[in-house]
Design a protein around this ligand. Structure first.
Ligand SMILES: Cc1cc2nc3c(=O)[nH]c(=O)nc-3n(C[C@H](O)[C@H](O)[C@H](O)COP(=O)(O)OP(=O)(O)OC[C@H]3O[C@@H](n4cnc5c(N)ncnc54)[C@H](O)[C@@H]3O)c2cc1C
Length: 398
């Protein structure tokens, strides 16, 4: 027999749990959260773990402990959505029917998109701090290095928190400088875009740090192949169509990413959308063709840079609009495209980029240049945000 719930949420990550908690607080009684994993992660701390500035245990809780009281956790995986029939098919074979559906299963990693990458990150000289299990390994590799070549890469296309690819790199450079070995280590950063981030104010700050640490920045460039046995990373420059083979002692690679395959196979993405994100009105977060379907977070087809910071705004907008829709009222809340990326440019300072979907600065505190390197921003990113996440955001209170 099929289950039925008033609101069904696919994905119990940052978006799903915080939205469920908020809807519960707003009085929605019957909410089901579909999430297959036993553990819930605060992913921004992966960068700090990889840079030797946080412990593994700080980034993880049991999924049970973060699931809001009164919300039904379906420990299962969505495999199909039939939006015309208002139903979700689960890997177990069950079907869940809904009055409203919220789709937020995050991004999938496409390890196979770069030949040799999967093998390389699991080899003794490779890692990727985008995986919880591999983040501490990166710090083991980086902290034991006294000379050699280290390559940090970021792919083109959608990624979780684009700037996070750089965070362990600066943390390691500062560590090596403290230990007097930085000048023996060649650091190469591979970036797919014309500048280091894309906002002039932020680029200036980061370029100063890059010059200070002596990092070799490869812009317009991508990792296109890895040979783990020979420790060779092939980097292609998309601007001048050249490529080079870099011999590395440590490789940290961020994998190419997209919406999950099963989601791309539904009719929820816009026809022809190559990344497969859920087609929503970018302000109301409601599906443009199915009025009882919604999306937020990394899997939503919004124009913002994908980050947990964006969710702080999206969750409130979606929750309020969903309530209005249930009452037959107009949708009054609008998401403004806000996103954020904190760059840990040293072991105790952060450059805090806050910006809109056009990459224009959008500081939370008006007229304060939060993109300037600061110790206060370090405290906010490293110490305050994890507490706010576990105790307020996941409880639908921030
Ligand atoms: C290394 C790293 C550093 C980051 N740093 C920052 C930062 O400094 N600041 C910042 O704001 N953001 C940062 N982010 C990004 C932030 O973590 C994400 O933007 C945020 O978690 C997105 O929330 P989400 O709920 O959309 O996806 P997620 O939190 O990834 O959750 C998706 C959930 O859906 C579940 N799921 C997947 N498929 C299915 C399915 N078929 N059925 C049911 N459930 C499914 C998954 O198991 C997962 O629990 C970082 C991310 C990483 C990886």
């Amino acid at each position: 027999m099929a289950l039925r719930h008033e609101v069904v949420i696919i994905g119990g990550g940052n978006a799903g749990v915080s939205l469920a908690a908020r809807l519960k607080r707003y009085g929605v009684k019957d909410i089901a959260l579909i999430e297959p994993k036993e553990h819930h992660f605060y992913q921004p701390l992966f960068s700090h773990i990889a840079g030797g500035r946080a412990q593994v245990r700080e980034a993880v809780r049991s999924q049970e402990s973060v699931t809001p009281k009164g919300v039904s956790w379906l420990k299962d995986r969505a495999v199909k959505v039939d939006a015309k029939a208002n139903s979700v098919m689960l890997a177990s074979g069950s079907t869940v029917n809904y009055e409203h559906l919220v789709v937020c299963p995050g991004l999938q990693y496409k390890w196979d998109a770069v030949p040799g990458l999967a093998e390389a990150v699991h080899s003794p000289y490779g890692s990727s701090h985008y995986e919880f299990e591999l983040a501490p390994k990166l710090w083991t590799l980086l902290s034991s290095l006294t000379s050699g070549t280290v390559v940090f890469t970021m792919p083109a296309g959608p990624v979780k928190c684009a700037g996070a690819s750089q965070k362990p790199m600066y943390l390691a450079c500062d560590y090596w400088r403290e230990r007097g070995v930085l000048e023996n280590i060649r650091v190469v950063m591979v970036q797919p875009y014309p500048t280091v981030f894309g906002i002039p104010e932020v680029d200036r700050e980061l370029e100063g740090k890059i010059a200070g640490y002596g990092i070799e920045l490869r812009t317009n460039s991508e990792l296109v192949a890895v040979n783990a046995a020979e420790r060779t990373a092939t980097i292609r420059n998309n601007a001048d169509h050249t490529s080079e083979d870099l011999q590395y002692d440590v490789l940290n690679a961020v994998p190419p990413q997209s919406a999950p395959d099963w989601l791309q196979a539904t009719d929820l993405p816009a026809p022809g959308d190559q990344h497969g994100f859920v087609e929503v009105d970018t302000q109301t977060l409601r599906h443009t063709r199915y009025p009882n379907v919604w999306s937020l977070g990394d899997a939503a087809g919004t124009a913002n840079s994908k980050a947990g910071g964006a969710l702080r705004k999206q969750t409130k907008v979606l929750a309020r609009n969903l309530l209005s829709a249930r009452k037959g009222e107009p949708l009054s809340q609008k998401y403004d495209g806000y996103s954020v990326c904190p760059f840990t440019v040293s072991r105790n300072t952060v450059v805090f980029a806050e910006f809109d979907h056009h990459y224009n600065p959008m500081p939370t505190i008006p007229k304060v240049a939060t993109w300037k390197e600061s110790r206060l921003s370090w405290w906010v990113d490293r110490d305050m945000f994890p507490q706010v996440y576990w105790h307020l955001i996941l409880k639908g209170r921030a």
